[in-house]
Write a new protein. Structure first.
Length: 366
């Protein structure tokens, strides 16, 4: 019994000794790696905070909207006999898009025309008899009523046939075709969308406190995710006469030229209303700032003897303009910051600067 207890105790000692030994080994390895890292040098590129003149702006968001946009649909029922357009093509006002079968309606119109011709002859004959007092006025009126009724029916039939031909109501760019040849269409069936894209509207809102700073023809700048390197200019074309009671915002409409039709309805837009004048602001490349949930920060470059080190500093950012961002608080003009290569940096990290190439992603170790 005693021997068994001794064996069990020795076994447990070996197990726990192995565990604690492995843990100690891991901790020693981590400490060695951290110590080695503390002496490493990371290669980064840097930028200098500069003062720039930026126009005063109201920043908001909005969306693009066609000056005119409709979903072309069938006014009357019928079978598609001819499709005269291609999806995505540009059309002019009056261009025929679709023809519905009109065989039955045309036959009905021919029958009405024949009846109308006979009714005209009857009426002319009745007028002659009426003059000779061989026909009463009541009989003449009934003959005239038949003629008028047939004329109205013929005009209605002609209008029905005309609606069988569907045309573009204005010039613009067509969307994707939604119908097929031989398909039966009911009144209201959508056929294709039509958008007038040049010019194009930008709809947006601003807070009511800016009302006194707004005017028609005022310049705006628009940034779009589809074209991140470009800024599109337009002018305010309409200001709503009322303030929205729920949001206390004012709705505005601006017009942008769009001759190349790159701008499309529905695009999300970042809008800046130019107020005039300019402010002096401290700016940095956007790549210099780490935008984090708990606050934005940069790495400041410091000289410590013969070495360069970096130290993280919290900053307050403002507007962005192209590739640069406004620094409201935390950086002074002339300070040097890391612009790329921040992923491997920490406070007190030794660095070397290489601005000959633009680094991307994590920094490289030297």
């Amino acid at each position: 019994m005693i021997n068994r207890l001794i064996i069990v105790a020795l076994s447990l000692g070996l197990v726990f000794g192995s565990i604690f030994g492995w843990k100690a080994y891991q901790q020693r390895q981590i400490a060695e790696r951290l110590a080695a890292r503390g002496h490493s040098t990371v290669t980064v590129s840097t930028a200098i905070a500069t003062i720039e003149s930026w126009a005063r702006k109201i920043n908001t968001v909005g969306s693009l909207r066609a000056v005119q946009g409709v979903e072309v649909s069938a006014e009357v029922s019928g079978v598609v006999a001819e499709i005269s357009f291609v999806s995505g093509s540009r059309v002019e006002t009056g261009t025929q898009l679709l023809q519905l079968d009109e065989t039955a309606e045309a036959a009905e119109l021919r029958s009405l025309d024949a009846q109308l011709e006979l009714a005209k002859q009857d009426y002319e004959r009745a007028k002659g008899l009426s003059i000779k007092t061989l026909l009463s006025q009541a009989q003449l009126d009934r003959t005239k009523s038949v003629l008028d009724s047939l004329e109205a029916r013929a005009e209605e039939q002609q209008a029905l046939i005309a609606r069988k031909s569907i045309q573009a109501p204005f010039s613009g760019v067509l969307g994707l075709r939604k119908i097929n040849l031989g398909e039966y269409l009911s009144p209201g069936t959508p056929i294709v969308t039509l958008q007038q894209l040049d010019p194009i509207f930008t709809d947006f809102t601003v807070a009511e406190r800016y009302l006194s700073s707004l005017a028609v023809e005022q310049v705006i700048e628009v940034e779009l995710a589809a074209f991140p390197a470009e800024i599109f200019q337009g002018k305010i074309s309409a200001i709503s006469p009322k303030v929205e009671s729920k949001t206390r915002n004012i709705k505005l409409q601006a017009t942008l030229q769009n001759s190349d039709t790159r701008l499309r309805p529905g695009m999300f837009a970042r809008v800046a209303v130019i107020l005039g004048g300019a402010n002096k602001v401290v700016t940095l490349p956007r790549t210099s700032v780490e935008f984090l949930p708990y606050g934005n920060s940069v790495f400041i470059v410091k000289e410590e003897g013969d070495t360069l080190t970096v130290h993280r500093r919290q900053v307050t950012t403002g507007r962005t303009l192209g590739t640069r961002v406004e620094i409201i608080k935390g950086i002074e003009s002339g300070e040097q910051v890391v612009s790329t290569g921040q992923l491997k940096l920490r406070n007190g990290q030794h660095i070397q600067i290489d601005n000959s190439v633009e680094l991307t992603g994590g920094a490289t170790q030297g």
